[in-house]
Design a protein around this ligand. Structure first.
Ligand SMILES: [Mg+2]
Length: 353
């Protein structure tokens, strides 16, 4: 297969409601769509810049410009060839590379006439995803929790990390209203100090929370290691794991019990698979999560997750909060995200006029 041409276009998609986490708020999801042409086939991808990878729409656009030039006419058989070529053309820029990587996967799976998860070796076509409740007042959070459970979600992820006491009260109120069957996860997004995180985990130990994501800053390996040992809630690493080397460091430091994988952090499916292989060998089960993304890249994350035995949880929910998603094709049934049955990603994109 040969890359004939790569085009890209950025799009600001308003959210249905403001999304607040420990590190800030956002009303708009910024995305850069990539179109990779090969003969008469078109592969689609999307990059979502964030402060986690230190990317912006401007850096992703500039990176895609350089990658498009560096990949023009490039012949490849496997997606890894393109991933290696991209790393040779320019370092870092994982969200930009993720856009091209998923488009290349879309092309190869189309050529194989298989849905991407099957091309990657998977056999399941659906998994339950959680729904995230941002930082907000307790009454508002409880209202969201009731609504999401009514819509079919069987697990909820609650954002915490600003105020350990208030956070415990909010999660306690959510637990009281949703009952014991709904799975609860929390995400500190680096907002706590080590002692705040431990205080939160100890006061919330009776709430049946299954995961406590990145409670302390990504640079705090010591804090993460101490928490992984002392916290009654299992600690998951997120913002501190971007590259395969980061995953190795996490393993050597014993600094978590599980890892949140995101295509935007790692640079696409090829590199996410490498990070996942290290996690799996370390005995860290994985979640597949997302940034503020439309259905197009959410589908890529889903296909990837479906093909990996080590992926135990899905946090692929950002598209539910977009007011106008140009991409479509995913279904949500009884709490599960269902991959399209058609070849490739199976996602259509209709550009806003
Ligand atoms: Mg997280």
């Amino acid at each position: 297969m040969r890359i004939d041409l790569i085009e890209h276009a950025s799009l600001s998609i308003p959210r249905k409601e403001r999304f607040t986490i420990a590190r800030g708020s956002s009303d708009v999801a910024e995305n850069v769509f990539a179109m990779v042409h090969s003969g008469n086939r078109l592969g689609l991808g999307c990059g979502a810049p964030s402060d986690v990878t230190r990317e912006t729409v401007a850096t992703v656009t500039a990176a895609l410009h350089g990658l498009a030039r560096g990949l023009r006419g490039f012949e490849f058989e496997r997606p890894g060839h393109v991933a290696d070529r991209m790393d040779a053309v320019l370092p870092a820029n994982p969200a930009a590379k993720a856009a091209i990587d998923m488009a290349v996967h879309d092309l190869l799976a189309q050529e194989a006439a298989k849905p991407l998860y099957a091309y990657l070796g998977g056999s399941r076509d659906r998994m339950p995803t959680d729904m995230t409740i941002g930082i907000m007042g307790t009454a508002d959070a409880v209202e969201r929790a009731v609504r999401w459970v009514r819509e079919g979600f069987r697990s909820l992820k609650v954002k915490v990390g600003l105020d350990p006491k208030g956070d415990v009260e909010r999660v306690r109120a959510i637990r009281a209203v949703v009952g014991g069957e709904v799975e609860l996860r929390v995400d500190g997004n680096q907002g706590y100090t080590w002692s705040q995180a431990l205080a939160f985990a100890r006061s919330a130990r009776d709430l049946g929370i299954v995961l406590f994501e990145q409670p302390v800053p990504a640079t705090d390996f010591e804090g993460m290691r101490a928490l992984a040992e002392a916290s009654p809630i299992p600690i998951m690493a997120d913002e501190m794991v971007l590259t395969p080397d980061d995953a190795k460091k996490l393993r050597w430091a014993n600094a978590a019990r599980a890892v949140n994988l995101k295509l935007m952090k790692h640079g696409g499916i090829v590199r996410a698979s490498e990070v996942n292989a290290i996690c799996e060998s370390a005995g860290y089960p994985a979640m597949v999560g997302c940034m503020g993304e439309p259905q197009l890249s959410i589908a890529a994350g889903l296909h990837f997750a479906l093909a990996q035995k080590n992926v135990r949880w899905l946090d692929l929910d950002s598209h539910f909060n977009l007011a106008a998603d140009p991409s479509s094709g995913l279904r949500f049934e009884e709490g599960e995200l269902v991959a399209p049955a058609g070849p490739g990603l199976g996602i259509d994109v209709e550009w806003p006029s």
